[in-house]
Write a protein that binds this ligand. Structure first.
Ligand SMILES: Cc1cc2nc3c(=O)[nH]c(=O)nc-3n(C[C@H](O)[C@H](O)[C@H](O)COP(=O)(O)OP(=O)(O)OC[C@H]3O[C@@H](n4cnc5c(N)ncnc54)[C@H](O)[C@@H]3O)c2cc1C
Length: 615
C-alpha cells in the first residue's frame, strides 16, 4: 500500500538501552566526546526518532513499489528518494559520528548505531545509499592520501557525491581472491582499470552528481589470490584538480538486479573500462615497493568491518518495526474466543489474548531487545577503546573485533526469524501488500547474505577470532558472562535464570574444549561444519547475559516508582523479556553443545552423489 507510513519504533526502549544499560553518558564529557552532554545525546535521539518516523517512514512502501530503472542516461531511483537524500544530508544525519574536525557531531558509536537503527529501520533500502557513502568517506579519511582526502571527502560528506564498496565479480563472491579486474599502470599516477563487477549497491543512481567507487583490482603482475589485490578510487565521472567534474570515466551500469526485496536500492552490474578509458587511483597513493601483499584487502576491511556493524544495525531496525507492527495488529484483530471462556460464549477476542500469539510476541520482543543489547555492548567496546591507552585500548579493540561476526550474523538471522514470525501474527493478511510484514520479510532476506554470508562470518569467528591472542578474546568474554551470572544468582527470584545462564556457559566451555580436541586430532572439518551453530550458541549466551543485566537494572528502577507510573509496565516488560529469553532460548543450547561435541560426520562423509538428483 503505497504512501502509508508503517514505521514504528520504541523510543523508550532505545533510551533504556542507551542511557540506562549501556550508559552512553559515562563516555561524554571527556575526549574525544568532551563537547557532548547527556542532554545533547537525548535531544539527538528525539530528533532522529522524529526524522525517521515522519520523513523517512512514509517513503518505504511507495519506493519499494516503484523500484529502480535502468535508462540510457543511467539508473533512476524512485522519485521520493531525491528530496529525502537532500534532507538527510542537510539535517546532518550522516554526520552523527563524524569527527568535529570533518564537520560532524563527533558523537560516540553508541549514539551512532542507535540513530542508525532508526534511520535504516524506517526505509532500509534508502538508507543503503547514505550508509555506503559514509563508509566510503571513512575509508578515504583513514587510508587516503592527503590529496585524496582533499579531493573527495567534503563532497562525499555533504551528499554531493556518493560512495560504493566494489568487490564482487560473477566468479568471485565469498572468494574475493578470484577477482580478475585488472589494473595497468598509466605512468601518471593513475591505472587503467578493466573488469566486470556485479551486485554493487548504489553502483549507479541519480541521487548525487558523482559516484566514487572503492574497488578491488589486481595490478598487472601481482600475485594470485586476495594477497595480490589493491584498492582503487574509481570515480564515475573524473574529478579535475579544482574539484569540478570532468569527462565520464568509462564506468557503465550494464544491468540492475530484479530482486526479492530492497527494491529501492539499485544493485548494479558495472563494466569498468569497456572502451579502455577507465582510470583508477590507488587508495593512499602509489603502492610502496615494501607494501604488504594483500594491502588492498586489509584496507577494504576498514570499510567491511563498519559495513558489518551497519548490516547488523539495519537488521535490528527492520526486525524492531516488524515486531511493533505485529504487536499493534495483535491488539486489534478480533478472532476466536478466549480459551477460558465458556462453551456458549463465542465472542471473538483480540488475538493477543491467545497463548500461541503471545508466544510469538514475546519471542520477537525478547530477541529484538537481546540483539539491541548485543549491538550496543559491542560498539561500547569500540568507544571505550578510544578513551583508553596502551594495552587496555588494544584489548578493547580486540574484544570489539570478536563481536563483529556476532553482530553481523546473529542480528541478521534474528531479523529473518522475527520478520517471518511477525508475518505469521497477521495470518493471511500478512502475506498481502496491505500490510508491511511481507516487505519486511523480503527486505530482511538479504541481510544474512551480503557483506560476507553468515557462513563466512561463522568461519571468521571459529577460524580467526577464537584463536586470536592465544584465545584471550573469548576467555575475556566468558569471564564477563560468568561474573554476570554470579550477580544474577545473587538476586532473589532469579535462580532459574542464573541456572540457565550457568548451563549456557558450561555449554560454551564444553564446545571450546571439544574444539581443542578436534584441532589436536586434525579434525578441522568438525570445527567448520559446526561453526554456524557455535556462533548461534555464543550469540544467544551474550544476549541472555545482557538481557539479564537489563532485568536487574529494571528491578532496581521499579523499587523507586509508584504503581501508576507508566514506566512500571515498561520495566516489567524488560524483566519479562529477560526471563523469557533465559528460560526458553537458553536451555536448547545444552543440546546444541552436545550435538557439536558429538562430532557427527553425516554431512561430511556422505558422497556428493548421495545428496541425490541422480534418479
Ligand atoms: C542485494 C545485494 C547487494 C549487494 N551489494 C554488494 C556491494 O555493494 N558490493 C559488493 O562487492 N558486493 C555486494 N553484494 C554481493 C554479496 O556480498 C555476495 O552475494 C556475497 O558475498 C556472497 O557471494 P556470492 O553471492 O557469490 O555467493 P557464493 O560465494 O557463491 O556463496 C554461495 C554459498 O556458499 C557458501 N560458501 C562460499 N564459500 C564458502 C566457504 N569457503 N566455506 C563455507 N561456505 C562457503 C556461502 O556461505 C553461500 O551460502 C551484494 C549482493 C546482493 C544480493
Amino acid at each position: 500500500m503505497a504512501d502509508t507510513n508503517f514505521y514504528k519504533s520504541d523510543l523508550r526502549e532505545l533510551e533504556f538501552a542507551l542511557f540506562e544499560q549501556a550508559r552512553v553518558q559515562d563516555l561524554l564529557g571527556k575526549a574525544p566526546y568532551a563537547h557532548l552532554t547527556e542532554e545533547d545525546a537525548r535531544m539527538v535521539m528525539k530528533e532522529a526518532h522524529t526524522f525517521a518516523t515522519e520523513v523517512i517512514g512514509p517513503t518505504m512502501s511507495g519506493t519499494d513499489a516503484e523500484g529502480c530503472t535502468l535508462t540510457p542516461a543511467g539508473v533512476k531511483v524512485p522519485a521520493a528518494l531525491k528530496p529525502l537524500w537532500k534532507q538527510y544530508f542537510e539535517n546532518g544525519w550522516h554526520a552523527v559520528t563524524l569527527p568535529e574536525s570533518r564537520g560532524g557531531m563527533g558523537a560516540p558509536h553508541l549514539l551512532g548505531v542507535a540513530v542508525l537503527e532508526l534511520m535504516s529501520g524506517a526505509n532500509t533500502a534508502f538508507h543503503m545509499y547514505p550508509g555506503l557513502t559514509q563508509g566510503a568517506a571513512n575509508l578515504i579519511a583513514a587510508m587516503g592520501s592527503p590529496e585524496q582526502r582533499e579531493r573527495y571527502l567534503t563532497r562525499l560528506e555533504n551528499g554531493q557525491w556518493s560512495g560504493t564498496m566494489v568487490l564482487t565479480e560473477p566468479h568471485a563472491g565469498s572468494d574475493v581472491g578470484l577477482s580478475t579486474t585488472k589494473a595497468v599502470k598509466n605512468g601518471d599516477g593513475s591505472y587503467a582499470i578493466t573488469g566486470n563487477k556485479i551486485f554493487i549497491s548504489g553502483g549507479d543512481h541519480d541521487l548525487a552528481e558523482n559516484v566514487i567507487h572503492l574497488a578491488l583490482a589486481r595490478i598487472e603482475g601481482a600475485p594470485k589470490g586476495t594477497r595480490g589485490l589493491s584498492l582503487f578510487i574509481i570515480p564515475k565521472i573524473r574529478v579535475k584538480d579544482d574539484g569540478s567534474l570532468g569527462a565520464p570515466n568509462d564506468v557503465t551500469c550494464t544491468n540492475i538486479e530484479h530482486k526479492m526485496g530492497i527494491h529501492a536500492s539499485a544493485t548494479c552490474a558495472l563494466a569498468f573500462g569497456e572502451k579502455g578509458q577507465c582510470q583508477g587511483w590507488p587508495l593512499g597513493g602509489e603502492p610502496r615497493a615494501d607494501e604488504e601483499p594483500g594491502a588492498g584487502m586489509q584496507k577494504m576491511f576498514v570499510f567491511m568491518n563498519g559495513a558489518r556493524i551497519s548490516v547488523g544495525t539495519q537488521s535490528l531496525g527492520v526486525a524492531s518495526t516488524a515486531y511493533l507492527n505485529a504487536l499493534e495488529y495483535a491488539r486489534t484483530r478480533l478472532q476466536g474466543a478466549h480459551f477460558k471462556s465458556g462453551r456458549g460464549d463465542k465472542g471473538a477476542v483480540p488475538i493477543i489474548m491467545h497463548p500461541d500469539v503471545r508466544r510469538m510476541l514475546i519471542d520477537m520482543k525478547a530477541q529484538v531487545e537481546g540483539c539491541r543489547a548485543l549491538l550496543l555492548h559491542a560498539v561500547m567496546l569500540e568507544d571505550r577503546a578510544l578513551q583508553a591507552d596502551g594495552p587496555a585500548a588494544e584489548a578493547l579493540h580486540e574484544d570489539f573485533s570478536l563481536f563483529i561476526p556476532l553482530v553481523k550474523a546473529h542480528l541478521s538471522d534474528v531479523a529473518l526469524h522475527v520478520t517471518s514470525t511477525a508475518l505469521q501474527v497477521y495470518g493471511g493478511a500478512g502475506y498481502t501488500r496491505d500490510f508491511p510484514a511481507e516487505q519486511y520479510y523480503r527486505d530482511a532476506r538479504i541481510f544474512p547474505i551480503y557483506e560476507g554470508t553468515n557462513g563466512i562470518q561463522a568461519l571468521d569467528l571459529v577460524g580467526r577470532k577464537l584463536s586470536q591472542s592465544g584465545g584471550a578474546l573469548i576467555q575475556r568474554l566468558l569471564k564477563s558472562i560468568g561474573e554476570a551470572q554470579a550477580r544474577v544468582k545473587a538476586t532473589s527470584g532469579y535462580e532459574r535464570e542464573a541456572q540457565a545462564l550457568g548451563q549456557a556457559l558450561a555449554a560454551l566451555q564444553k564446545v571450546l574444549g571439544q574444539y581443542m580436541a578436534f584441532f589436536a586430532s586434525g579434525r578441522m572439518d568438525q570445527i567448520l561444519v559446526s561453526a554456524t551453530r557455535f556462533l548461534e550458541l555464543l550469540s544467544r549466551a551474550v544476549c541472555a547475559w545482557l538481557l539479564l543485566e537489563g532485568a536487574l537494572i529494571a528491578e532496581a528502577a521499579l523499587k523507586g516508582i509508584s504503581a501508576d507510573n507508566r514506566d512500571r509496565d515498561f520495566y516489567l516488560g524488560k524483566i519479562g523479556s529477560a526471563r523469557y529469553y533465559a528460560r526458553n532460548l537458553l536451555p536448547p543450547l545444552t543440546g546444541l553443545a552436545d550435538v557439536i561435541a558429538a562430532g557427527d560426520d553425516s554431512a561430511l562423509t556422505l558422497p556428493d552423489s548421495a545428496f541425490s538428483l541422480g534418479f
